[in-house]
Design a protein around this ligand. Structure first.
Ligand code: ACO
Length: 342
């Protein structure tokens, strides 16, 4: 069983935000060369949310943070630290965290940006947990926010990615616990993180950037040749995602001496319903232990896990005491997962 030998943190507030505008597969059919049938059978997605032009990634994040703070019964001024995951920040510089810190009205707390793409929220939870053990923080805000629809290529070249992504944000307020040696430890219990940069070119946004052999940050040619949109070799990504998402769950269970019977919920990153189904079949996970929001939100990158937490709580699947495993995979390649007692 999992044990608690040092201070850890527990989730005391949960929030999310998705933009009002719904884009259905049928609407995509009318603007690009795709079909509802292809999207649903290959990905499980029926619709996704699209941010209004008046909204930026920080605005999605702030709405989710307010929701999480209200849920925790706290004010922004109560926060001591913020960890923010995104791969679609408002600006290349500064990061997203400082914008959220200012818009929320926090004290001058550290607002740390973290990459990790679709693994961003799992990485951010583990980072927050590590901080909770080493510094005198009481409340830590963990945020995942992404606005992918503004960088997608809706032409034939980009259609394998354009149909997958949606916009959204989620946030958790963590409270650092000082009690040690509980008989049934709760909160963030364990984490697994990994990366393999040899796979970076299989899923990337090539430009803008400061790579070698490019004299400018961005050029007209970069825009004209659509290098500012995500490029994805879907089959390669799928292969690695299914391997690492399963490995993360099995490793978290093995090193905590747990079996699927002990776990109440498996929350996979929402990249493709087929990936979740493979995980379910390979590990023999009963359907009631899986959470899915991909049908209505698509792949919301770093917001994917918290949107699942919210869905699970609303549907009554997530209760106090539930033992949860998250598992993610993203551009990089990156992967990760968390073991959480709610
Ligand atoms: N509509 C219609 N046809 C399409 C579309 C589309 N939107 N996109 C691709 N096709 C066509 C292709 O052109 C190809 O046609 P062809 O056979 O005539 O050449 C055919 O469909 C098959 O294309 P594939 O790319 O091989 O399709 P696949 O079955 O692999 O599904 C998909 C594509 C859904 C992208 C899948 O590969 C996938 O989900 N990959 C994993 C994505 C993922 O896990 N991402 C996680 C991280 S995301 C992040 O970190 C930000």
């Amino acid at each position: 069983m999992v044990s608690s030998a040092s201070p850890s943190s527990e989730i005391v507030g949960l929030g999310s935000y998705v933009p009002q505008k719904v884009m259905t597969n049928q609407e995509l059919e009318s603007i690009m060369d795709t079909t509802d049938e292809w999207i649903r059978t290959r990905t499980g997605i029926s619709e996704r949310r699209v941010a209004d032009v008046t909204e930026g990634t920080s605005d999605l994040a702030v709405a989710a943070c307010r929701d999480a703070l209200q849920d925790a019964g706290l004010r922004a001024k109560d926060l001591d630290l913020m960890i923010v995951a995104t791969c679609t920040p408002d600006y290349f510089m500064p990061g997203l965290g400082v914008l959220i810190q200012n818009k929320l009205g926090c004290r001058p707390i550290p607002a740390i940006d973290l990459r990790g793409q679709c693994s961003g929220f799992a990485w951010a939870l583990s980072t927050a947990d590590a901080y909770s053990k080493m510094a005198d923080y009481q409340y830590i805000l963990v945020v995942g926010s992404d606005l992918q629809t503004r960088i997608l290529d809706y032409s034939l070249d980009g259609r394998n990615s354009a149909v997958l992504f949606g916009d959204g944000a989620g946030a958790c307020v963590l409270k650092v616990k000082k009690t040690l040696g509980e008989s049934q430890p709760s909160g963030l219990l364990d984490h697994i993180l990994g990366s393999d940069g040899s796979g970076f070119s299989h899923l990337m946004v090539p430009r803008p950037g400061c790579q070698a052999n490019n004299s400018s940050f961005i050029s007209h040619n970069d825009i004209d040749s659509k290098k500012t949109a995500p490029y994805m070799d879907g089959r390669q990504v799928f292969k690695y995602a299914s391997y690492y998402m399963e490995k993360t769950v099995t490793e978290l269970m093995a090193r905590n001496k747990l079996s699927i019977d002990d776990i109440d919920l498996i929350i996979p990153h929402q990249a493709n319903l087929r990936l979740s189904k493979i995980l379910k079949t390979k590990l023999g996970i009963p359907p009631e232990k899986m959470v899915s929001v991909i049908e209505k939100f698509g792949n919301t990158t770093s917001a994917s896990l918290p949107l699942c937490f919210v869905e699970a709580r609303q549907s009554g699947k997530l209760k106090k005491g539930s033992l949860i495993i998250t598992t993610t995979f993203g551009s990089g390649f990156t992967w990760g997962g968390n073991l959480i007692r709610w």
